[in-house]
Design a protein around this ligand. Structure first.
Ligand SMILES: Nc1nc2c(c(=O)[nH]1)N[C@H]1C(S)=C(S)[C@@H](COP(=O)(O)O)O[C@H]1N2
Ligand SMILES: [Mo]
Length: 157
């Protein structure tokens, strides 16, 4: 459901992704909401220091399209304003990763980061979507079981 629901995410994974932070339109996205967005596909290869080489195929919406649903609090049309923003991704098991907005911004690095809804052909509906960062050498940013996506600006001095 796209809407104003702001309750907590189910503790044990899957079901919902909370989307918030410095945004005009925070929301809780259901798996069905994510499936309703335009899907992209990608194949990634990475090496984990612990478990060795891996290759997976994912499909799902762009993180950019998901993040835009929340209407990040940018100054409209100001490219440099967007450079202050970052995206924090948190998984149900506590694994956390931060991206800069510029990594996914079409006017900067334009990396097609996905929120994968399928991995190797299997739906991830029960555990929740998986962040996929094409081009990464190590697999640690391919965060599975995503629970929270928070958009924030650097307001330090
Ligand atoms: N939620 C979550 N996602 C995670 C991790 C984790 O600990 N928690 N580990 C990462 C690391 S270090 C790697 S190498 C890959 C492993 O992917 P695999 O399941 O294909 O081996 O998942 C990544 N995603
Ligand atoms: Mo890893």
């Amino acid at each position: 459901m796209l809407g104003e629901q702001t309750g907590t995410v189910r503790a044990a994974g899957g079901g919902f992704v909370r989307l918030g932070g410095e945004v005009r339109s925070p929301r809780v996205l259901s798996v069905a909401d994510l499936w309703s967005l335009r899907r992209h596909e990608c194949e990634v290869e990475f090496t984990c220091r612990k478990s060795g080489p891996r290759r997976h195929r994912f499909s799902g919406p762009l993180l950019l399209d998901v993040a835009r649903l929340a209407e990040p609090a940018f100054v409209p049309g100001e490219r440099k304003d967007r450079l202050r923003f970052l995206i924090s991704i948190r998984a149900h098991d506590g694994h956390r990763v931060v991206l800069s907005w510029a990594e996914i911004d079409p006017e900067f690095a334009n990396i097609p980061v996905l929120l994968g809804l399928t991995r190797d052909g299997d739906a991830l509906d029960a555990e929740g979507p998986q962040l996929v960062v094409p081009g990464d050498v190590c697999g640690a940013r391919h965060v599975s079981k995503v629970a929270d996506v928070r958009i924030r600006s650097d307001s330090g001095d």
